[in-house]
Design a protein around this ligand. Structure first.
Ligand code: TYM
Length: 332
């Protein structure tokens, strides 16, 4: 039997996991974990690239672990851990920052968006963030990186950095590929279908959180913006309805065409009522498991520590090769 291909992905513990994270990434991790040698990382170091509250970071890191377990990540199959528990991530990030180029980091769309034009006053970490992300994946020599559409550019950058390292210093890294789903890769905000659903929007009705109660989910969907016209159809001039249909389609496991068929002769209001039922049915079991897990955060912390021990072993092997290739003298 050939060895299973390895995959790596990460999620920031900033704020709360939302439906976009779930459909674009986490749900697929759950499906993929039995097929691939999977590493899923809660990237707490990335959560420090914008001003942060230490107490909140600590709480959210464990809570994010609990939510990933509630979503179905199985620690006996996948390696689930906190990034800061494996110091090799930071160490490799330094080495790769000596390989990456200013110009290529300046082109990163997320840096432009998150720095909001204040490129002189934001933290340096926000600029070098994609290098740490490259280190995350390259450290495990992962082949696949299951992510949403917004991470495509970061995965392309890690391929460029890996290619440059391999050609300058020797073949150490595997070139990873972005695995982006055909549907659900870019879920939009409910209150503004021109911006993606995001943890940092700070508008209560923009995102459905996985821990939202049924009545909150129904209210958010009821207040979602819709488009002009009346027909429930997906099309470029109906971005809001297309987004609602996409969410329905992915969660119900039906094609968009089949979902549209259900709403022939009906209106946006009918779609919203039915969508709320589909979302509540999908998320309620996750919320219930999450609440149980949060009653005993020490157990989640224990599982994350087991993941970190396994991740550290794999990371150490790669780092030994990196040090050798880079000319760093191994400890005697
Ligand atoms: P983060 O925490 O912003 O998002 C986690 C995952 O959710 C996906 N996602 C979405 N998918 C569909 N629709 C949306 N509206 C939506 N919003 C977010 C993201 O694409 C991502 O897959 N930099 C990364 C974390 C990271 C990482 C890594 C990912 C750090 N190191 C290495 C992969 C590999 C981030 O901030 O994701």
């Amino acid at each position: 039997m050939t060895e299973a291909q390895r995959i790596f992905s990460g999620i920031q513990p900033t704020g709360y996991i939302h439906l976009g994270n779930y459909l674009g990434a986490v749900r697929r991790w759950v499906d993929q974990q039995s097929e691939f040698d999977s590493f899923f990382c809660i990237v707490d170091l990335h959560a420090m690239t914008l001003p942060w509250d230490p107490k909140e970071l600590q709480e959210r890191s464990v809570a994010t672990g609990a939510m990933l377990l509630a979503c179905g990540i199985d620690p006996t199959q996948a390696t689930l851990y906190l990034q800061s528990h494996v110091p090799a991530h930071s160490e490799l990030a330094w080495v790769l920052s000596c390989i990456a180029r200013m110009g290529e980091l300046r082109r990163m769309v997320q840096f432009k968006e998150k720095s909001k034009g204040e490129t002189e006053s934001v933290g340096v970490g926000l600029f070098t963030y994609p290098v740490l992300q490259a280190a995350d994946v390259l450290l495990y020599r992962a082949h696949g990186v299951p992510v949403g559409e917004d991470q495509r550019q970061h995965v392309e950058l890690m391929r460029d950095i890996a290619t440059r390292f391999n050609s300058q210093l020797g073949e150490v890294f595997v070139l990873p590929e972005a695995w982006i789903p055909a549907a659900g890769a870019r879920i939009m905000s409910l209150d503004d279908p021109s911006s993606k659903m995001s943890k940092s929007a700070n508008r209560p009705n923009s995102a459905i959180l996985l821990e939202d109660k049924p009545e909150v989910i129904a209210k958010k969907i009821r207040s979602a913006v819709t488009d002009s016209g009346r027909e429930v159809t997906a099309s470029p001039d109906k971005p809001a309805v297309t987004n609602l249909l996409t969410i329905y389609s992915v969660l119900a496991g039906e094609s968009i065409a089949a979902v549209q068929e259900r709403f022939v002769g009906k209106g946006y209001g009918d779609l919203k009522v039915a969508l709320a039922d589909v979302v509540v049915a999908a998320l309620s079991p996750l919320r219930e498991r999450y609440e149980e897990l949060m009653a005993d955060p020490a157990e989640t912390a224990r599982l994350l520590a087991i993941g970190a021990a396994r991740a550290s072993e794999v990371a150490a092997t790669t780092m030994a090769d990196v040090r050798r290739a880079a000319g760093l003298v191994p400890p005697a």
